[in-house]
Write a protein that binds this ligand. Structure first.
Ligand code: OFO
Length: 172
């Protein structure tokens, strides 16, 4: 049986992951309206991944005899200043998510909840990957600066990255 404190922490994490999905969906929609079709495709895919992160937690909580609660979410922002702003915000958001995950892991150790601790390791690894990806994209954008041709190619390449990331996850 899942201890109540752990159940509450996992429910809070469900909200965090669902919020990530909402924010990236809002970013994708805005990017699409700006003609940034590669960026939009990448962010739509990323939003789906975050939903999957939330769902994985929902299933785990219920399997362990808890009750996963579908949370209310605040409205995400509507607009951004450009591609670089989007990825800067994404990076900041992911570092916050990492902090939240670390808190859950800490609590599991304190409460000697080793099963949940083990389950949470998947999220710990995922955060390393997500932060590294965001950092790489920001580095590229900093290199490109305001160069329109460079930004065009960056946007085009992002569309290809979504497929590559999915394949990597399937072990292909
Ligand atoms: Fe769920 O990894 Fe990002 O937030």
């Amino acid at each position: 049986m899942l201890p109540k404190k752990i159940e509450a922490a996992l429910n809070a994490q469900i909200q965090t992951e669902a919020m990530s999905s909402q924010i990236y969906l809002a970013m994708a929609s805005w990017a699409e309206t700006q003609g940034l079709s590669g960026t939009a495709a990448f962010l739509y895919g990323h939003s789906d991944e975050e939903r999957m992160h939330a769902l994985k937690l929902v299933k785990f909580v219920n399997e362990r005899g808890g009750h996963a609660v579908v949370p209310a979410l605040p409205a995400p922002p509507r607009t951004w200043k450009g591609i670089t702003h989007i990825f800067q915000e994404l990076f900041v958001h992911e570092t916050k998510v990492t902090g939240e995950i670390n808190k859950v892991v800490d609590l599991c150790l304190k409460e000697k909840e080793y099963t949940t601790h083990n389950f949470m390791q998947w999220y710990v690894s995922e955060q390393i990957e997500e932060e590294a990806l965001a950092r790489t994209l920001i580095d590229k954008l900093n290199m490109i600066g305001g160069d329109k041709g460079g930004l065009y190619l960056f946007d085009r390449d992002l569309a290809g990255m979504i497929g590559a990331k999915a394949k990597e996850k399937q072990g292909a």
